[in-house]
Design a protein around this ligand. Structure first.
Ligand code: ZN
Length: 139
């Protein structure tokens, strides 16, 4: 049986709207520091809470499969960001809102053995902090 103890009222039905990674957010339910954040909304949109995936898993209206999928998604993203943080060369194509990165230095033109690629707008903040050579061009 699922049970949850904390600040989120359990007499409501919730759905998971979004999940994201955090560095030190506090769970609205249990007040612990959380890294995997789920934004949950009560039926009708009256209440919104940001809680850890473990607390989300304890809510009866959110399925364990959904939580498992969210965990997988966030783990993929965490691995991607870890790889991106090691980037030495990046090519950003603003026209198509995309970027490619390499762990090798000196890449300023397209080649196919890139380490990863993604939506530029989604990772702009991470890219801005990198100590990598960035080339802007349309690929
Ligand atoms: Zn919690």
């Amino acid at each position: 049986m699922k049970a949850i103890y904390g600040n989120v009222p359990v007499d409501k039905t919730y759905s998971m709207k979004e999940v994201y990674l955090s560095d030190g957010q506090v769970c609205d339910n249990c007040s612990m520091i959380i890294k995997n954040v789920a934004v949950i909304e009560s039926e009708g949109g009256e209440f919104t809470y940001e809680i850890g995936l473990d607390c989300a898993d304890a809510l009866t209206s959110i399925s364990s499969m959904e939580v498992l999928e969210a965990k997988k998604q966030l783990n993929r993203k965490r691995r991607f960001i870890r790889s991106l943080l090691a980037a030495k060369s990046i090519i950003i194509d603003k026209q198509y809102d995309s970027f490619f990165f390499w762990h090798k230095e000196g890449i300023t033109d397209w080649n196919s053995w890139y380490k990863g690629r993604g939506l530029y707008s989604a990772f702009k903040d991470t890219i801005d902090k990198l100590n990598a050579v960035i080339t802007y061009k349309t690929l």
